[in-house]
Design a protein around this ligand. Sequence first.
Ligand SMILES: Cc1cc2nc3c(=O)[nH]c(=O)nc-3n(C[C@H](O)[C@H](O)[C@H](O)COP(=O)(O)OP(=O)(O)OC[C@H]3O[C@@H](n4cnc5c(N)ncnc54)[C@H](O)[C@@H]3O)c2cc1C
Length: 436
Amino acid sequence: MPPPRPNLAIIGAGITGTTLSIALTARSIPHTVYEQSPSATELGAGLGFGPNAARAMKIIDPALWETFMRVSTRRDLPRLGGDPEKEAMWIEFLDGTLSSSSTDARAAFGVVAGFGEGHGAVHRAKWLEVLMGMVPEGVVRFGKRLEGIVDGERGGVVLTFEDGITAEADAVVGCDGVKSKVREIMVGGRESEGARCGYSGKYAYRCMIPMDKAVEEIGRERAGVSSLWMGHGRHVLTFPVGKPGPDQLLNLVAFVTDSNESWPSKDARSLALPATREDALQDFEQGGFGKSWALFDLADAPLKSFYSGRILVIGDAAHASTPHHGSGAGFCMEDVAVLSSLLEDPNKPDTARDLEAVFAAFDGNRRERDQWLVESSRRAADLYEWRLPNTGKENFEGMKKDIEDRQAICWGIDLDKAIREAKADLRQRTSQATKM
Ligand SMILES: Cc1cc2nc3c(=O)[nH]c(=O)nc-3n(C[C@H](O)[C@H](O)[C@H](O)COP(=O)(O)OP(=O)(O)OC[C@H]3O[C@@H](n4cnc5c(N)ncnc54)[C@H](O)[C@@H]3O)c2cc1C
C-alpha cells in the first residue's frame, strides 16, 4: 500500500493559494482552499513576472507555463514599431525631473531581463480567473474567513471559520497575504513579534489606462515599453498589459514617499484609501499628502521561522514586500515550486507524519532569500527616488549597475538546484526522525 497522502488546508485563494492548489492537483495531493471573499478577488492592475517566476511555473505545472505564455504581454518582443535590439528590456529608467515632453523623453539607462525566459506581464484579475479555471471544481470554498487554528486529536489541525464551521486537516498552509491570520496565530497572537506588517513609509496611486489613450499622451514608443520615471521622493512606473489590440492597457503606478510615519486608514481590513486625480497631481507637483494604496511589508518584523508545528506560511503571508523589484509574486511562485516538490518527494516513508520535516526543509530553503527581497525592495525604492548616497543625475551608471546586480539575484536563481538541496535536507531530517 502506498503511504497515505497528507490532506492540506490552504488559507487564501489569491495568486499564491490558487497556484499552490494547481501544483498540488498536478501531484495528486488532497487539499482544500478556504477563501474569505465570496468569489475570486484581484485588482484590475498589472503584474509582471521575471525569469525566476517563469522557471517556477514550469516546475509547478507545465500547463501553467503554457497558459502564461498564451495570455501574457512578453517584454522580449520587439517594442511596438521599434528597435528589435530592445528585445528583453525589463525597464527603461528616465529622469523624471526633466521638463521634456514624455513623447520624446530619452531613457537615462535600461535594465535588460536576461536569464533566458525574459519577462511577461498579466492583468491581475484576469490572471486569477485563468488560475481559478485550472483548479478542480469544489476545491475552493468561498466565504470562509479563518478565525482560529488548534491542534487536532489525531495529530493534525482543526480550523475554525467566522461562520462557525470547523474543518480538519493534517496541516495548514497560510497563503492569506499581507494581513495573514495564519501568521498571527502561528507567532502566538496579534501582539507577538512578526504578527503584523508595518507601513513602509510609501504609498502608491494605481490605474489602468486604455492603450490608445496612453499612446495619445506619451506616444507609441514610450507606451509600448516599461518605463520608470525617477525623481526626488517620487517615482512612476508604467508598463503595457495584454496583447496588442483594443483590450490592451497601460498599467500605471505612481509611488510617493510619505512624510507621515503611519498610514491613516481606520479600517483594519483595508490598505487602500479613496484617491482622486487631484490628490495624485498635488503629490507630484507639490509633494503634499494624498490618498491611495499603502505599501506594508515585514521588513521591520521578519519572521524567525515560516512554520510552527503543522502551520506554515508562504507567499505574502510569510514575506510581504514592497513591489520595487517587481518580484513579490514571482517569489510566491518560487515558494509554491519548492513546497510542492518537497511534498511529492517519493523518498519520504509517511507523508502525513513527515509534514513538519517538509515545512522545516522549506523554511531552511526559502526564508533567507524571501527576506532578502523584503529588505532589498525597500532599498530599491530609495534608489529610484535618489534618497541614497551616490544616487541621482550624476551617477546613472552606478545606479544601473546596482539595479542590475539586485535584479540578477531575483532572476538568476537555479531553482532546480535549490529544490535538489531542499529534498536532500528533507531526506536527512526524515531519516534522522526514523532512527529516533
Ligand atoms: C503596487 C504593487 C505592485 C506589485 N507589482 C508586482 C509585480 O509586478 N510583480 C510581482 O511579482 N509582484 C508584484 N507585487 C506583489 C504581489 O502583488 C504579491 O506578492 C502577491 O499578490 C501576493 O499574493 P498572495 O496570494 O500571497 O497574497 P494576496 O494576493 O494578498 O492573497 C491573499 C488571499 O487570502 C485571503 N485571505 C486573507 N485573510 C483570510 C482569512 N482570514 N481567511 C480566508 N482567506 C483570507 C484574501 O482574501 C486573498 O484572497 C506588487 C504589489 C503591489 C502592492
